[in-house]
Structure formats: structure tokens, C-alpha cells
Design a protein around this ligand. Structure first.
Ligand SMILES: [Zn+2]
Length: 99
């Protein structure tokens, strides 16, 4: 089996490299909207976050690193940040919940 071919991506918050399916893709679409892309199929610039709230909080934080906005090369409105943060509530609070 071609195990080496499992596509991998890096979480923009914790920088862990994981199998693509273990991460959630956020995409800046050609229409200029920012969307959650659960299937990873939308065209546009994407960024990946782990399925836990702490990575989303770090990724969405508007600090010096401003990770998500930089990864997508856009400005994120407060509404967009709030919407994405709201979405992340479906995930466990942190990594330990998985282990
Ligand atoms: Zn992460």
C-alpha cells in the first residue's frame, strides 16, 4: 500500500504535520469569501487547522502572527473570526481529548 502517499498538511497554529483528513481546511474562495471546506475540494487558497478548539483560537487570534489571515493572504473581519471560532466549538477543547 502506498502509505507514503497519504497527503499531509501543516496546522497553521501548532505547526504539527498531520494527514490531511485529520485537519480542517479553511479556504479563501475566488469569490472572496472565507469558508470551512470539510472535504478539502474548494478552489482557492487554503489553510489547515487541527480539530481542536485551542488550535482555532491560536490560528484566529489577531496577534503579531495573525496566522490565519496571513496564511490566506487576506484581512479577516471580526465577523469572520467570530464565525470561524463558533464553528470550532464542535471540536474538543484541546488535543488531549483525542488521546
Ligand atoms: Zn494544530
Amino acid at each position: 500500500m502506498p502509505l507514503k502517499r497519504v497527503p499531509q498538511r501543516t496546522c497553521i497554529a501548532c505547526r504539527r504535520v498531520r494527514a490531511k483528513w485529520e485537519l480542517v481546511r479553511i479556504v479563501c474562495t475566488p469569490r472572496g469569501t472565507v469558508e470551512i471546506d470539510p472535504r478539502g475540494k474548494e478552489s482557492g487558497r487554503g489553510a489547515y487547522l487541527c480539530k481542536n478548539q485551542s488550535c482555532w483560537e491560536i490560528g484566529l487570534r489577531k496577534d503579531r502572527k495573525n496566522r490565519l489571515a496571513r496564511a490566506l493572504k487576506i484581512e479577516l473581519s471580526p465577523e469572520q473570526r467570530a464565525e470561524l471560532l463558533h464553528y470550532s466549538k464542535i471540536f474538543p477543547a484541546n488535543e488531549r481529548a483525542f488521546e
